[in-house]
Design a protein around this ligand. Structure first.
Ligand SMILES: [Zn+2]
Length: 456
């Protein structure tokens, strides 16, 4: 075997040799080799996705990309995949670095043989430090999340509250703002959306801090990115739904302050809980999405982004109809649940441990997620027969408990400090790779079909 350089494979580590119809490189799944792969094979390099219909599929274990590739290849015509997508919160809980997230997706793309465009989404970034960490890894889509700066506001906003906004950062003052919006009507595809002064005062009180914070993150990103990047703005993880006037306010102000973005995730009406169907009236959801999508087309255009999008089968077709495929879908935990499905079927002892650890952790993990599972409605793993275990992955309460328990499970250590549950799950998935890939292909496929390009 020769050093990779000797055969023209630049920057790899490992050993290489010539074979009958080419050459073979043998090396570790290391950051050096992931980076060399991206340097040598252009299709493995993530790029900004722009306005193309797209879907991001998170992967908490770093093993799901080959199955994701199969889902996109079979069911995702005309949808740009974002295989590397993880929020900082998840990375921290999993003790994973942005570089590991990106590299796992790179190796998975190679293994799955994906040759189309790919994006890479650094999701829910809340600070410039987080932006820097993801820039260093080579992410190309940056989801800026100013959620902690969104305020609760009363029905009528006082002058004092308005006076407390960060006007200097907004390069604005209350009088100028009132003047700009007086009599404003946004024409969005036939419907005229009239904005009343009171609506704007409320919108500014609720989202003014968030706009200022987003703009500061955005400027930091553009100043420090040495390569093409794109931005999504998300306020989906906040208390109250984003109204039409509030969307208009945010978009107007971010534009005025020089921002461009490719997608926006408002806080939608109804329940977007983790891992389960949409909770609420789908007609109300559709009507509000039509309004948000019209604003996005009129003021951008930019895509409407559906976060916590997994398992919401009742709304995908409505979302496509409302947005005309100018849409981005995000799922994250659902691929982990497919992995747990394999464990429930193939390794009952391991699954029982995972389930009980998730259950124990639920009281603390539930705080940071939109979930409604009740511990009291579930039993401990010992109460179930082996045959009953797979149903725990699909039943609503236990599904959510498993969904948000990933951090406790995957970082749980034995006396020797090794992450034994994570290791056991990984080794099971590598011996059952075909079953896991097929489960991902089928389950993610159900998500992608409604968003795919209609065949002509
Ligand atoms: Zn989100």
């Amino acid at each position: 075997m020769l050093a990779p350089d000797a055969l023209g494979l630049r920057d790899f580590e490992g050993a290489s040799g010539a074979i009958a119809d080419g050459m073979v490189l043998e090396g570790p799944l290391s950051a050096v080799n992931a980076s060399a792969l991206r340097a040598n094979i252009p299709s493995l390099r993530p790029q900004p996705v722009g306005l193309a219909t797209s879907a991001g599929v998170g992967d908490r274990l770093g093993l799901a990309t080959p199955g994701h590739v199969r889902a996109f290849r079979k069911y995702g015509a005309g949808i740009v995949p974002v295989f590397a997508q993880q929020s900082m919160r998840e990375m921290d809980r999993l003790e994973r670095t942005p570089q590991q997230v990106l590299d796992d997706a790179t190796f998975g793309c190679l293994e799955g043989g994906w040759v189309g465009a790919v994006g890479a989404d650094a999701d829910h970034l809340k600070s410039t430090v987080e932006i820097d960490r993801c820039l260093a890894a080579g992410f190309t889509s940056f989801t800026l999340d100013p959620g902690e700066h969104v305020r609760d506001v009363p029905a009528v906003v006082s002058t004092e509250v308005l006076g407390g906004l960060p006007w200097a950062a907004l390069e604005d003052d209350a009088e100028s703002m009132a003047r700009r919006y007086t009599g404003l009507a946004v024409e969005a595809e036939g419907t005229v959306i009239r904005i009343e002064e009171e609506d704007i005062r409320r919108a500014a009180a609720k989202y003014g801090d968030a706009v200022a914070y987003t703009v500061s993150m955005y400027r930091h990103l553009l100043e420090h990115a040495g390569y093409p990047v794109e931005v999504e703005v998300s306020v989906d993880e906040t208390e109250s739904p984003t109204t039409v006037a509030e969307h208009v306010y945010m978009a107007t102000e971010m534009k005025r302050l020089g921002m461009t973005w490719v997608s926006f995730a408002p806080r939608y009406v109804g329940g977007f809980e983790k891992g389960i169907e949409y909770l609420g009236d789908t007609t109300v959801f559709f009507n509000s999405l039509v309004a948000h999508a019209s604003i996005a087309r009129a003021m951008g255009p930019y895509k409407i982004s559906l976060h916590s999008g997994s398992d919401k089968f009742s709304i995908y077709e409505l979302a496509v109809a409302a947005t005309g495929r100018l849409v981005h879908l995000k799922t994250s935990g659902t691929s982990y649940l497919e992995a747990l499905g394999v464990a429930a079927r193939r390794d009952p002892a391991l699954f029982r441990e995972i389930y009980d650890v998730s259950r124990d952790a639920y009281r603390s993990t539930r705080a940071s997620y939109q979930v409604s599972a009740q511990l009291e409605r579930t039993a401990v793993a010992g109460d179930f027969t082996d045959e009953q275990l797979p149903a725990l992955v699909t039943n609503r309460d236990s599904r959510q408990i498993l969904h948000v328990g990933y951090g406790a499970v995957l970082t749980s250590r034995d006396d020797h400090g090794s992450r034994w549950m994570s290791d056991a799950l990984r080794s099971l998935l590598s011996t059952r790779a075909e079953e896991y890939e097929l489960a991902l292909e089928t389950h993610l496929g159900r998500h992608l079909v409604p968003f795919a390009e209609p065949s002509r």
